[in-house]
Design a protein around this ligand. Structure first.
Ligand SMILES: [Zn+2]
Length: 247
């Protein structure tokens, strides 16, 4: 593999479309454990199709708790519990702090009471701004962004976006976005920006990221109404599921 990659596992929209899975991606750097971002519906099957064994994950990060980003979590925990060789230690599960108090009840609904979960995942709140080491010189910085400020559920007003750095290389993975200003702020100088083009107007989001200095852009959250990208624009593409992108 190249030294730094992100594989788009699911690229889809908030509702299902044929051939497109809900959101998830795997970040890898040479010598380090794979890091899963988001666990949309169907993530366990999609990981199996990519040959990614869940017990090998170094961490699971959730941008926010909408079903298209997190509904696959109970199934993924089940995979970890039932693996022939369970994880040597529980896999860190980082999620928005406001969602953490709800997690136990959600998992209980699926019969995953705390003793069944404790060997599989180790939940922690995401802390915005502080670089977090993820192994092999890969660092994560969590960035809070507006998502649905008018939503009544406190867990959905915000999403998190993630900045990964590895030496001088930088990867930006956006959560669900509602602000062009945040695209400009957070995608600046990214070698690769994985950008939600479902909530913002796709051309405006792309233009903002390029103006901020992003060198290459992969758009996710594709719905049926989204437009093709002009052939002349070599730096931008719609995400292809199962494809590995270097950064
Ligand atoms: Zn959302």
């Amino acid at each position: 593999m190249t030294a730094r990659t992100i594989t788009i596992v699911g690229s889809g929209d908030a509702v299902a479309h044929a051939g497109r899975s809900h959101a998830s991606a795997v970040v890898r750097v040479a010598g380090g454990p794979p890091i899963l971002i988001d666990a949309g519906d169907g993530v366990s099957r999609a990981l199996a199709e990519l040959g990614q064994v869940p017990v090998d994950l170094g961490a699971i990060l959730l941008t926010h708790l909408h079903p298209d980003h997190a509904a696959g979590l109970p199934g993924l925990i089940q995979q970890l519990r039932l693996a022939a060789e369970p994880p040597k230690r529980p896999i860190p599960l980082l999620l928005p702090p406001e969602a953490l108090p709800e997690l136990e009840a959600v998992l209980r609904f699926f019969g995953l009471d705390p003793p069944r979960v404790s060997g599989a995942v180790d939940p922690h709140p995401l802390v915005a701004g502080e670089p977090l080491p993820l192994g092999s010189n890969l660092f994560l910085r969590a960035l809070r962004n507006d998502h649905l400020p008018s939503d009544e559920a406190s867990t959905l007003k915000n999403s998190f976006s993630f900045e990964f750095s590895h030496g001088r290389h930088r990867l930006y993975y956006s959560g669900d976005l509602s602000s062009i200003a945040e695209v400009e702020r957070d995608s600046a100088s990214a070698d690769l920006a994985i950008l939600d083009a479902g909530h913002l107007e796709q051309e405006a989001a792309t233009a903002a990221a390029l103006a901020a200095g992003a060198r290459s852009i992969v758009l996710t959250h594709r719905s049926d109404g989204r437009r093709p990208i002009p052939r002349s624009e070599l730096r931008v593409s719609w995400a292809e599921e199962g494809r590995e992108y270097g950064w």
